[in-house]
Design a protein around this ligand. Sequence first.
Ligand code: SDX
Length: 376
Amino acid sequence: ATQKPEIYKGLVGVYADVSSISKVMPETNSLTYRGYAVQDLAENCSFEEVAYLLWEGELPTAAQLAAFREETASQREITPALHRVIREFPKDAHPMDSIRTAVSFMGLEDPETGDVSEAAQYRKAKRLFAKIPTAIGATYRAAKGLDPVAPNPAHSFAENVFNLVQGRVPEPEVLKAFDVSMILYAEHTFNASTYTARLVTSTGADMHGAITAGIAALKGPLHGGANEAVMHMLKEIGDPAVAKEWLQSRFDHRALVMGFGHRVYKSGDSRVPTMKKYAEKMAEVVGDRTWMEISRILAAEMLEKKNIHPNLDFPAGPAYHLMGFEIPLFTPLFVASRVTGWSAHVLEQQADNRLIRPLSWYTGKEQRPVPAMAAR
Ligand code: SDX
């Protein structure tokens, strides 16, 4: 081409492939996984059922769910070698960097490393789903000088995460709220980290490579890192009485307000009402309404002054804080969930693959001769 073509910066509005995993309908603020509305899945299913749904395309029967739980719960242990490596991580490492490194290491020692057949890739996905919470717990606790907690195969996914990180299993309302967050975080079409995982897969690379890259992409504050940024922001504001004033200063500096806006949704994120409801429940359980009150004021102001709605990270941040998780763990918790969606996309990409390789329109120097060293 000699004439500059249309450039879709940020790939805005580009349909890059077909997918049968999830569907976002921004005109109705709705989202389905394999045809089921996320809010219905959140209210009626466990996260394990949703993981099975994303991979298999159908909800499990009671027998299928029992077999799936047993298979994955028996794979939660991480190796002594990985525990040793984790103890060598810098104590001040960001937990997202730690989990990215741990997942990459799991690829080295995976029993089927090098096997990229679809069956092996699916088994790897289930192993990652099982082991990621263990690695999150171990890295978090090692950085604090604490011994890791051993995974208990009798625990549900949610019970397991609390036990591995906090060394306790909370009351059922808290477990339910956490499980809801896992369901809502599990999958969201071609978001940046999922597309990253698909791109890596398109070269014929393996599951652990794709998931490691997905984690790297999720860390950024424009993407998954926003759930941590939201809680930092709420703590910085600290008091509902100063929330409006704080927000005005953000507007004055033309600064981003974390947890707001979305590439696809322009009139509200499908997942926010459900997550908000459970964040409110957490505020009730803990007996601290500060964060939800500041959130309410920010959301109302953002809508009135900027016509921008909150995204899922906005209610998830305070919900995780109220569940007793430290802020740097929020995005790793997103990883523990999204590994299901990422790996479902890896398998879908692989099943009908074509190398992803777009074009760039050159805007650099005209072609020129290489000058001799003395002439530069
Ligand atoms: C996730 O893609 C997915 O599905 C992602 C995700 C998933 O499940 O995988 O939903 C998870 O990543 C949620 C997003 C978390 N990020 C944040 O909360 C960070 C803050 N948000 C923004 O930076 C922004 O809204 C993005 C990155 C989410 C979307 O960016 P876009 O689509 O490129 O939109 P934009 O930056 O061009 O914004 C359009 C306008 C701009 O104003 P104008 O230049 O047109 O005047 O809206 C403004 C923006 O400045 N705007 C904001 C804002 N978000 C958009 N202004 C202030 N604060 C914000 N948060």
